[in-house]
Design a protein. Structure first.
Length: 480
């Protein structure tokens, strides 16, 4: 038995940690489990408990470290092996995750969770056929497991097999009609395939199963917002906030109020969250945004700096500060804030993007392009980075490269007005007046007064009329 400096034994620390964990005091539980580990570094059970505490706190990096250590120390604990695999998957370490879960399958060939995790890891390695085979095995092993059908449906959707995907999602609902996630997964699929009314019915069915479901209420609110019915979104967002202990639900409600210009109601939701150490940074950042929009700049920056000091690893708050400074043309200060965002998390595409935006504003196109390319490397789906890369490429005379980035941006988000405009500009630069004009007309159909679009349309018309003017001039000179 190990005795700590204050006279407590490791068993005492463990007991305190277990109690605190059960009470939901995860931060305090971490302290006690770490105390219990002193002199017991090879205790796998302790490390497993510590890993679970970190996971509850959202500290994925620390959770991953401890889950892997625990699994290595507990080779016969299949739950520990699977949790380590999940943590490895979340961090993008697909090969390690697959290797570990395959050892579980060797020991327990009928472990459905293991086959599903193997499918996820294999998909992460771009082996979609292997991933599909693993998920089909999971379904065969337990045809009543709705989650297996949900995961199978998601993979079929990724592969573009719409009919097979829909069949899997509907089977997930059929085998467990009381499972809210199954209804929501089907609704998401229907939404993505343009069947909005059916998607809404699926969400409503989920709410009939559980009217207090946070997931279903938030899904319904999102659907209302996406279909231009913001007033209907308030009730499900409020229901989700009332039903959940997760502060994220209240933050989403506050975000809704801000989007609807109801700042007083947003502040009322945010003030209690700002007093809670676990949510203070997120709440203060939002309160700072309210102050900034109201023109109370000193108060806004003071709140934002408090949020930054309270969450040293959060890049988004620093990105917000950089964006404000950039908008105010305080480029040197904006660059410092953008670099701080990258230092907080080099995997943040937004951090690299705002750094590139500042560099572009300073006139350094080469540095800007490098930053936007890094944003795209971190997040290959970052449409804003593709738009900026298209702009920079065109400005540097690289017309074909600019066209390629613009086409990729529009392919990802066909309704993104900025993407459509930069595509029109790229086509104009490459001499395609007809398609450029078509793109501009798409923009003007939505916003007839869009100044950039009107300017480019004038340039297109001038270019199209130039040959006629030249021919007219030549004919006139011939008559003379």
């Amino acid at each position: 038995m190990t005795i700590g400096a204050c006279g407590q034994s490791s068993a005492d620390y463990l007991a305190d940690g277990n109690r605190l964990f059960e009470e939901g005091q995860y931060r305090e539980a971490v302290v006690q489990f770490r105390n219990a580990l002193e002199g017991n570094e090879l205790n796998g059970d302790l490390r497993y408990k510590l890993a679970r505490s970190y996971m509850e706190l959202g500290n994925q990096e620390a959770a991953l470290r401890e889950f892997v250590r625990a699994a290595d120390l507990l080779p016969d604990n299949m739950g520990a092996q699977l949790d380590a695999s999940r943590a490895l998957l979340a961090s993008g370490q697909f090969e390690d995750a697959r290797s570990r879960v395959e050892r579980v399958i060797q020991r327990e060939p009928d472990n459905v969770d293991a086959h599903m995790l193997r499918g996820f890891a294999t998909a992460g390695l771009s082996d979609l056929d292997g991933a599909l085979a693993a998920l089909e095995t999971a379904v065969e092993l337990d045809p009543t497991r709705g989650t297996a059908f949900v995961n199978l449906g998601r993979l079929q959707a990724v592969r573009g097999n719409r009919e097979e995907a829909e069949a899997a999602f509907r089977q997930a609902v059929a085998v467990n009609p009381q499972a809210v996630p199954a209804h929501i997964s089907l609704a998401n699929f229907l939404w993505l395939t343009g069947r909005v009314d059916e998607a809404e019915r699926s969400v409503q069915e989920a709410l009939r199963v559980d009217p207090k479901s946070v997931e279903a209420n938030q899904a319904l609110a999102g659907l209302f917002l996406a279909t231009g019915r913001p007033t209907e979104a308030e009730a499900p967002l409020q229901a989700a906030a009332d039903a959940s202990d997760d502060p994220l639900a209240r933050l989403r409600l506050a975000d809704y109020y801000v989007s609807q210009k109801r700042q007083a109601e947003a502040s009322a939701v945010l003030q209690p969250l700002a007093a809670n150490p676990d949510t203070a940074a997120a709440a203060k950042a939002r309160l700072a945004g309210i102050e900034y929009e109201a023109g109370r700049m000193d108060r806004a920056y003071a709140l934002l700096d408090e949020a930054i000091a309270g969450d040293v690893t959060n890049p988004q708050i620093r990105v917000l500060k950089a964006q404000w400074l950039l908008a105010e043309k305080r480029f040197d200060d904006a660059l410092v804030a953008a670099q701080a965002a990258i230092d907080a998390d080099a995997r943040s595409a937004d951090a690299h993007h705002v750094f590139g935006s500042v560099r572009l504003a300073q006139g350094d196109r080469t540095a800007a392009r490098e930053a936007f390319l890094e944003a795209l490397r971190v997040d290959p789906a970052a449409v804003d980075a593709k738009i900026q890369l298209a702009r920079v490429s065109l400005a540097m005379g690289e017309r074909q490269q600019g066209l390629q980035y613009a086409q990729e941006a529009v392919q990802s988000q066909p309704a993104n007005g900025q993407a459509v405009f930069v595509l029109a500009a790229a086509r104009f630069a490459n001499g395609d007046m007809t398609q450029s004009s078509t793109d501009i007309q798409r923009i003007l159909a939505v916003d007839p007064e869009q100044p950039e679009a009107l300017t480019l349309l004038g340039q297109i018309q001038q270019r199209q009329n130039a040959p006629d003017a030249a021919r007219s001039g030549a004919a006139g000179s011939g008559r003379g």
